[in-house]
Design a protein around this ligand. Structure first.
Ligand code: PLP
Length: 435
């Protein structure tokens, strides 16, 4: 039966960034608990991904489940137009408490990419309310902000396949990606490209959008906090609003509750998603300043023109609330610190490996950058055979485990990564291969 299901899946169902006729096979997962995924053949594997940064407390968490049960008995959903409810109010109260003080107004949205669209619209409506014509956004290469059209237009032009949508997506402005890493000694040269571009285009630029400190799906790079500090300074100088995309980094992943805390800065707009519901339901939020909200509301259109059907979904809000409660109680900071320490220790040996060009760790993120692209399917099969779950991309193997992961399981993940590099040839020997 499982085989038939898998064949159906392969023939009819699209998976992220896959061809429907392609080579890759999916693994059938039947349940998930704690840090484990259970496969249809009964095998339990250690999850090193936490479902793309989101399941920070592990799977099937009792408290999160209970929050859902309690809410579902009252109502799963009710429209947000003209109606409000306690789960949304409680969540927004909590969000205002844990985010920077300058942020005061919240728009609840359905996914990370949609949050980015909303943030962009807020800024466009802000300038149009002021009757100022500014439409371009400045960002940096290797960024990733999602897969909807405008989000793609501010994601890396090469990684996010701008060519496919040539002439359809808006043309934005890209500074060179920072080259100095989180722990390097700062040098202003790293900021030159951004500085020149913002100066040159100051009258065109409506907003700046950045992932703070960690460039995620665009290359898993950790850049220097001074870069972010300088961005904030120049945005202030030129009065350009700054969108901070904490969709991946939010809720403790980098060792701070929000990664922008590494640079002690705050955006004028903050986008959060992924771990907001701790990997249970899709929900995102866009927070902005009273000033931006007021300008939009006093403008010609008065209203902010966005309103998803499932906006403020009570189930998602209730479980997000519980997520924040758990975070507050369970010493996430110590857990992330421990993961950071262990990852650094365990991955150190790989830094001289001939197939590896760089090892980096920040908070609960461990990255092994290979010199050439990875044979993804083969490596993934090897990982599962060895009882772990990771999803490498391009030349990057990375882990973003749940904060509850124990020392031994974490060690197992890094051991299997090392084994995959030592015993098998999962790395192409040519950097020019497309991937
Ligand atoms: C995942 C991600 C998004 C997009 O979120 P989705 O929920 O997948 O649409 C946007 N920005 C960053 C930084 C992300 O990591």
């Amino acid at each position: 039966m499982n085989k038939i299901d898998l064949l159906f899946d392969k023939k009819h169902i699209w998976h992220p960034y896959e061809s429907i006729t392609g080579e890759s096979n999916c693994f059938l997962v039947t349940s998930a608990k704690g840090i484990f995924l259970k496969l249809s053949n009964g095998k339990k594997i250690i999850d090193g991904m936490s479902s793309w940064w989101s399941a920070i407390h592990g799977y099937n968490n009792k408290k999160l489940n209970n929050a859902l049960y309690t809410q579902i008995k009252k109502m799963s959903h009710v429209m947000f137009g003209g109606i409000t409810h306690k789960p949304a109010i409680l969540l927004c109260r909590q969000l205002l408490k844990i985010t920077p003080k300058n942020l005061d107004c919240i728009f609840l949205a359905d996914s990370g990419s949609v949050a980015i669209e909303i943030a962009i619209k807020m800024i466009l409506q802000y300038w149009s309310s002021l009757k100022i014509n500014k439409k371009k956004f400045l960002t940096i290469k290797n960024s990733y902000h999602g897969d909807t059209f405008f989000a793609t237009s501010v994601s890396d032009p090469i990684n996010s396949c701008h060519k496919i949508y040539n002439n359809i997506i808006p043309k934005n402005i890209f500074a060179e990606s920072p080259t100095l890493s989180f722990n390097d000694i700062w040098n202003d040269i790293d900021f030159k490209s951004f500085k020149d571009l913002i100066y040159k285009n100051q009258n065109k630029i409506a907003g700046v959008i950045l992932e703070p400190i960690v460039q995620g799906a665009g290359g898993m790079k950790f850049y220097h906090p001074n870069y972010l500090k300088n961005v904030r300074k120049l945005c202030n100088l030129y009065k350009i609003p700054l969108i901070i995309d904490e969709i991946a980094t939010g809720f403790g992943r980098t060792g701070k509750l929000f990664a922008s805390e590494h640079a002690n800065i705050s955006g004028d707009i903050l986008c959060i998603g992924k771990a907001l519901t701790a990997g249970t339901l899709t929900l995102s939020a866009v927070l902005t300043t009273r000033h931006i909200a007021d300008v939009i509301s006093n403008g010609k259109s008065k209203c902010f023109m966005h309103g998803p059907t499932y906006m403020g979904n009570p189930l998602a809000c209730a479980v997000a609330n519980e997520n924040i409660k758990i975070l507050k109680k369970n010493k996430w900071k110590n857990k992330v610190k421990k993961i950071e320490r262990e990852l650094k220790k365990n991955l150190k040996n790989l830094s001289n490996h001939p197939k590896v060009s760089n090892i980096r760790v920040l908070g609960a993120i461990g990255v092994v950058e290979c010199i050439y692209p990875i044979k993804i399917k083969e490596m993934q099969n090897f990982f599962v055979k060895n009882n772990i779950w990771l999803k490498p991309f391009r030349n990057l193997i990375y882990t973003t485990p749940a904060y509850i992961i124990d020392k031994d399981s974490l060690k197992k993940i890094t051991q299997v990564i090392a084994l995959s590099l030592d015993t098998e040839n999962f790395i192409y020997n040519n950097k020019n291969l497309t991937f």
